[in-house]
Design a protein around this ligand. Sequence first.
Ligand code: RRO
Length: 314
Amino acid sequence: PNLATTFLDLPLNNPLMNASGVWCSVGSQLEALQESEAGAMVTKSCTLQPRDGNPEPRYRVLNGDKPWGSINSMGLPNEGFAYYLRYTERHDYESKPLFISISGLTLDDNLAMIDSLKDAVTPAILEINLSCPNVPGKAQLGYDFDAMDTLLAEVTSGYGQRALGVKLPPYFDIAHFDEAAAILNRYPSVAFVTCINSIGNALAIDIDSESVIIKPKDGFGGLGGDYVLPTALANVNAFYRRCPEKAIIGCGGVKSGQEAFMHILAGATLVQMGTALYEEGPSIFGRVKAELSEIMEKKGYSSLSQFHGKLKTL
Ligand code: RRO
């Protein structure tokens, strides 16, 4: 089977990539992703200025067994926009497309970063994170529809109507899918949506110590891994159905070829891995690629387009 695909007219060897935040904070990690079998890659969400993030421990894996996942409250630690902008200037675009994720603490910060990107000559693709759940005192923009609408108006115009995408939080109500999609559809230059960020503000408890397991925010943090797969698939499919002009990037609960296949069936053009990449490292891309290939082979599919978005209903 052929795993090749295209995204915004760019060719990719395969649809797999990292989720922003995982294995993409510093140069050595970005270089490892570039060397890996990932079909594309994205940088850690950044702010205008570098940030240390929240106190540690701030990431923990949940269960070695099943179900399996992670909780994090990193708090947007990053090297600052200029650092990632410099990476965009040395990335090998022949090997794979690069996304740059920004998560400004204010609208003005986002506009300042967008302004620099607009003038940059690199072909990095802009993803705006509207869903960081872990900065104390900052609400997730994706849950404030008026603020999201205002931000999209400003950033799409600030970016000169160049194609960009947004990383959304998970939604849990049909009315919210409808409302979020209606807003996104008012902005044709929002060419893709990435669903989903972690399920915000979960609480994991260790029964032996009778304690929370991460330090920030009294233990509250974003949930990833197996726990979020059905929520991620619902969001991918909800936006795939409602935003026919946009591409969907699926993220949530992918750790093998099976979940990657499900995301593509639900409508994802590209598929990201977060928790599983964190635990396994960049060699995961070769494994999941081979597993996806094997599933396609068994089902008699020779290309992704033969099943992309073709989820059946009863
Ligand atoms: O850095 C984080 O705490 C973080 C971010 Br910006 C995000 O978008 N999603 C997440 O789970 N953690």
